[in-house]
Design a protein around this ligand. Structure first.
Ligand code: HEC
Length: 135
């Protein structure tokens, strides 16, 4: 019997919805989910300042590196993993349970970006799909 048939039977038998749904998804499907989630987070929060391919070619603010151009840097993945600790992000990004509490003396001056730590993986999954302009 095929492994997915076994999982499907088990799910039908015990009616354990979400866990089974996750188990039935192939790793590729789950990776696609992460990319889609990352794309939405980036569209919602990062395009304010960054130019992102296929999103806002004429947007962003001039002083801010475009996501595609950043991929020319050898350590771009590392930069995406820790971007919330690199200026100017600590002033506006709050990773719930990770970022230090903001001092009352340094209130956030534009709409704060609140993310979960898992969102960083999703952003990275999306960034991996971007090509540098020369590719
Ligand atoms: C308020 C504007 C603003 C927003 C919003 C913003 N960024 Fe940035 N980001 C910047 C600027 C400015 C730099 C360049 C910093 C520098 O040159 O030191 C930067 C740099 C980066 C870098 C490179 C870091 C480094 O120092 O090499 C990464 C990665 C990055 N941003 C990711 C993101 C992600 C992901 C988001 C959305 C969740 C985001 N940024 C939202 C302004 C912003």
């Amino acid at each position: 019997m095929h492994v997915y048939t076994i999982i499907a039977r088990f799910c039908g038998l015990f009616g354990v919805g979400f866990f089974c749904l996750t188990a039935l998804l192939t790793p590729e499907a789950r990776a696609d989910d992460a990319v889609a989630k990352g794309r939405e987070i980036v569209r919602q929060h990062c395009t304010r300042c960054h130019v992102v391919p296929d999103m806002n070619p004429y947007g962003g603010i001039g002083s801010t590196p475009s996501f595609a151009a950043m991929k020319w840097l050898d350590d771009w993945e590392r930069r995406f993993e820790v971007f919330y600790t690199l200026p100017p992000h600590p002033a506006l990004v709050n990773i719930v349970g990770v970022s230090e509490a903001r001092s009352d003396a340094l209130p956030v001056f534009i709409a704060e970006i609140e993310l979960q730590i898992e969102d960083i993986d999703a952003i990275l999954a999306f960034a991996r799909t971007l090509k540098t302009p020369d590719q």
